[in-house]
Unconditional design. Structure first.
Length: 281
């Protein structure tokens, strides 16, 4: 990851170093040249008219105009001290987004990746990205359409193609639920331009992903699909073995990697049965 970040801020590169008002990080050169004001933007994150998506103790996320802004809070001395020795999360997201875009995988462009300090310790991080086009639809909203027939076949093909391309690029997303995957839908029902958001847990590998990591990512997608379809219509009967076979066969067809086996089956069963913390609230 560090190599990607070093390249992006080289002289003439797309990002510029930023320092000011207790903040340091990287900001997109083109956005700043057009008059972008970080202080004004970040101040609006706590504004009453801002559309809030998350408002929790550790994270706050909102749309500010056409930009999506996240603040990661690091409260407590122990938490802040540990963060000193880790790459800031917005930097990891930036590195992942750059690698994905290099391989022409749709993902929101990062505008700024910043860290704030107090008393010499990390206090909070900020991530600013472009918003997702309204022409793109998140796959959890399409789960009912993907349950059978041609939409199902398009879904398997599109998602697996996305996975194979990401894994070949050395990018491990870390949370490939359907709510973090989007696509376009044409008026005649053709799904295309598959992409991802929310790279908070991503990791960029020097080479292609190892088999164990590919399997974990595929298990996340399949289990998320199962949960989303069941949430859409609890009366639908899903054959988990058939669905798993369809995904693994397509993955092997496109990449040569055979991820089928008991390890994948067990992981899918575990994830499909697990209830998310935010779903229990």
């Amino acid at each position: 990851m560090q190599g990607i970040l070093d390249r992006c801020r080289e002289t003439g590169g797309p990002y510029l170093p930023f320092r000011g008002h207790g903040l340091s990080g990287l900001v997109l050169r083109e956005w700043q040249d057009r008059g972008g004001d970080l202080d004004e933007l970040l101040a609006k994150l706590d504004g009453q008219e801002t559309k809030i998506f998350k408002a929790r103790k550790k994270i706050r996320a909102a749309m500010v105009g056409e930009l999506f802004v996240k603040r990661y809070n690091y409260r407590g001395f122990g938490n802040a001290f540990r963060r000193m020795f880790k790459m800031p999360r917005p930097y990891r997201v930036l590195a992942g987004a750059i690698r994905l875009r290099e391989f022409e995988i749709p993902t929101p462009e990062v505008i700024a990746a910043l860290r704030s300090y107090r008393w010499g310790l990390p206090y909070c991080d900020y991530l600013v990205t472009r918003g997702v086009s309204p022409l793109r639809i998140f796959c959890d909203k399409l789960a009912g359409e993907f349950a059978a027939g041609d939409p199902y076949r398009q879904f398997v093909s599109g998602i697996v193609s996305l996975l194979v391309k990401m894994h070949g690029a050395g990018v491990e997303h870390g949370d490939l639920s359907l709510r973090n995957i989007f696509c376009r839908k044409s008026p005649i029902g053709v799904y295309s331009d598959w992409g991802v958001i929310d790279l908070d847990g991503c990791k960029v590998w020097a080479e292609e992903l190892p088999e164990s990591r590919r399997r974990r990512e595929l298990a996340r997608v399949v289990s998320s699909y199962l949960r989303c379809v069941r949430a859409f219509d609890k009366s639908l009967t899903l054959d988990v073995n058939t669905i798993t076979f369809d995904f693994t066969r397509k993955y092997q067809e496109l990449s040569g990697w055979n991820l089928a086996g008991s390890s994948l089956d067990a992981r899918i069963a575990y994830l499909a049965g697990r209830q998310r913390k935010d779903a229990r609230k």
